[in-house]
Write a protein that binds this ligand. Structure first.
Ligand code: ADP
Ligand code: MG
Length: 233
């Protein structure tokens, strides 16, 4: 299915929130690097899909009623065998059913476990005055507690992207620290430009979150993605 078809189907079903798999398919089509991710609707399918993708894998709850997947044990990382995948599937469903008894569950998403990198966040929201605005920051507590983020209005030009990456306080972390490899900053700039281009071409998208993106010395890949279509979540 193309990105346009994915968005059309969601609208038709009265949904503004795309699933993780849908959001990643849309981004992939736009040339944005995402972890290969598929929906599994049964325990057996979760196991066979993980065997197709190759271990280690990650399982996540797939439900539009569960926004923060890691709460209530909805994310299981680094699963190395079919047995671990089967158990993770059962544990995820058990936890979610207990925590969110009303949730409509699609199944679980199965994806490759990405190698560790520096976690960054790229977001887009719409400002009443400025229209689409892109946000960049480092993942985890740096964004949540310190609000160490930068913003630019769409469309971004190359200089905007270069400034956004460098003006956060955590920039030295991207240059490498304590033996950690520096990340490919020009690749992150490219990614910001691609996201800007993507939202400009898709005015139906109201909100976008790549949270987190793993940044490496040789590229970057989004491991979680959220897309909200116009009309609210
Ligand atoms: P949430 O809905 O809670 O934001 P995420 O999909 O972001 O769920 O997963 C939570 C965390 O698990 C991420 O911040 C990341 O650190 C890790 N993670 C998620 N997916 C992967 C993956 N495919 N490979 C490696 N780590 C991952
Ligand atoms: Mg996330």
């Amino acid at each position: 299915m193309t990105g346009q078809q994915i968005m059309k189907r969601a609208k038709k079903e009265g949904r503004n929130l795309l699933t993780e798999v849908e959001a990643k398919d849309l981004l992939k089509e736009a040339g944005i690097g995402v972890v290969d991710t598929r929906l599994a609707t049964s325990r057996e399918e979760a196991v066979s899909t993980s065997q197709e993708l190759g271990f280690p894998v990650v399982l996540k709850i797939a439900s539009s009623d569960v926004v923060h997947k890691s709460d209530a044990g909805g994310v299981k990382l680094d699963l190395k065998t079919a047995k671990q995948v089967g158990k993770a599937y059962d544990d995820i469903l058990k936890g979610i059913k207990k925590e969110y008894p009303q949730a409509k569950i699609d199944g679980v998403s199965v994806q490759k476990m990405a190698r560790p990198g520096v976690e960054v966040i790229i977001g887009m929201s719409k400002d009443a005055q400025f229209g689409p605005v892109i946000m960049f920051g480092l993942g985890g507590i740096l964004v949540e507690i310190l609000k160490d983020v930068s913003f630019r209005i769409v469309p971004l030009v190359r200089r905007d992207a270069a400034e956004m990456v460098r003006e956060i306080k955590g920039y030295p972390l991207l240059e490498g620290y304590r033996g950690q490899e520096p990340v490919d900053v020009s690749n992150l700039e490219e990614l910001l430009l691609k996201v800007s281009d993507f939202v400009e071409k898709n005015p139906d998208i109201g909100e976008l979150d790549l949270n987190p993106v793993f940044a490496y010395k040789d590229g970057a890949v989004a491991v979680d993605a959220r897309v909200v279509l116009e009309g609210g979540s």
